[in-house]
Design a protein around this ligand. Sequence first.
Ligand code: SAM
Length: 237
Amino acid sequence: MNRRFFSPAPLQLGPLQLSGTEAHHLLHVLRATPGDEITLFDGAGGEFTARVESTARKTVVCQILQARSVNRELPVELVLGVALPKGERQRWLIEKATELGVTRLVPVETSRSTQQHANNSTDRLQRTVIESSKQCGRNQLMYISPTTSLDAFLRAAPAASRRWMAHPQDARATTAAVTPAMDSPTWLLVGPEGGFTENETAQARTEGWQIIDLGARILRVETAAIALTSLASLPIE
Ligand code: SAM
């Protein structure tokens, strides 16, 4: 049973009152009682051992007993820019990107994007990041940036980063270049269902991005995003 709980407030040793979703989970799913031990994290790095002291109808009071330094982050920054799909496919993508250790996810608007990523849905995306982090043991939350234009995203990647744009059936594309790196930030980019335009891939090349082929089949946005992220991240741990 998952006994990891998130605190939106920074954690330190001493008493803490949990309310909202986390208290609800503790009270009504785990049926926590005084004396139970749980793990808390606040998304900023470490994790904490705590003991349930008392419960009320909507709140739980804990005593934080010990701070543990547990790092489950990738050794390098991994930034994923993606023209987000909608609904359940979007939630799935955010969940898997969190599990794979993406440092920052940037919703990118391209000329063929069909979805305007409304700012008011950032809370919902962030909730998915928290739920996924509780499950996978991540103590640092994946940051979700405000929606960015493709032009701004392409130019924002630092000169020292490795930059890979997934684009199918491009004569100049390669998969050979996709190898994880311990020493430099990696920026990834996946396009919308309609794909990137020729102008967009040309601009990416000019900005130092390498075009990447993920195989002979056309992948949905979320499959391409997770395939590319896996290639860039899995062997480096
Ligand atoms: N007809 C579109 C095209 O030709 O680009 C298909 C777009 S695909 C559904 C959505 C995005 O996933 C693409 O923009 C690309 O970033 C990525 N993608 C999907 N399959 C890919 C593949 N085989 N190689 C590289 N990128 C791929």
